[in-house]
Design a protein around this ligand. Structure first.
Ligand code: C5P
Length: 228
């Protein structure tokens, strides 16, 4: 069966729970996102164990953000896991993104633009000028120029980013909430799966709408139906 263009956000610190989450969707989803919570608790060996067992494509969501030398060295440390995607914050700047790309040549360095949990008010508070959309577009342009091969943005920003960047890049969007979802949790700039695919997303990052469901396989299947 064709797999979904979905990256499952396995947001847990527990290897056994991660193992169960991955197993229960494995016939529909073959891209798995492991992030800071999991990595900081368990480390690279645990990530490698899960990869070995389930043979998934790894989206390593470490959202690196530091001086170029430090990010380059950190990237080199995880390159042996061969993540398909490794996230860095675009706001770290060109040299930092370039350092990551140089140190993990087999990985698509994936630049996070404006977090989907941030609203216009949050941006104003940080001191960023413009709208989330205009900021995300500028950050995406900078990141791709510096060597990023994929961009994380809100589904509401996909079209603007595609229009501004001629290169072949993967656009990956969190902030996905299926139609009829009870709430959006801490996500503020959200869209439903079908609209995000229609807008041009290559992959949807989905966590709680699947991992919080009593029947995760059924939740993944419902999303599959919704995207057709
Ligand atoms: O549970 P939910 O579907 O909201 O999970 C979304 C996932 O995507 C989380 O793991 C979060 O860290 C991640 N993410 C995000 N916004 C970004 C980048 C990553 O929500 N800009």
């Amino acid at each position: 069966m064709k797999k979904l263009p979905v990256i499952l956000a396995v947001d847990t610190k527990d290897e056994l729970i991660a193992d169960q989450l991955i197993s229960s969707v494995s016939n529909k989803i073959d891209h798995i996102k492991l992030g800071l919570e999991f990595y900081l608790k368990n480390g690279a060996d645990s990530v490698a164990r899960l990869q070995q067992k389930h043979q998934f494509e790894l989206f390593l969501d470490l959202k690196l953000h530091d001086i170029p030398n430090t990010v380059g060295a950190a990237t080199a440390q995880v390159a042996s896991l061969k993540p398909k995607f490794l996230t860095v914050h675009a706001s770290g700047g060109s040299a930092m993104i370039q350092a990551a790309a140089t140190n993990a040549p087999e990985t698509d360095i994936t630049a996070v633009t404006i977090l989907t949990s941030l609203s216009q008010d949050d941006l104003n508070e940080i001191g960023y000028e413009g709208t989330p959309q205009s900021r995300a577009i500028e950050m995406a342009k900078l990141a791709v120029k510096a060597g990023a091969k994929a961009i994380v943005c809100s589904p509401l920003e996909i079209e603007g980013i595609r229009a501004a960047i001629p290169n072949e890049i993967s656009i990956i969007t969190p902030g996905i909430r299926p139609k009829g979802s009870a709430g959006s949790d801490d996500q503020k700039r959200v869209l439903d799966p079908k609209s995000a695919i229609q807008a041009g997303a290559n992959y949807l990052v989905i966590g709680r709408p699947i991992t919080g469901a009593s029947d995760m396989a059924a939740a993944a299947k419902a999303i599959f139906e919704e995207t057709r």
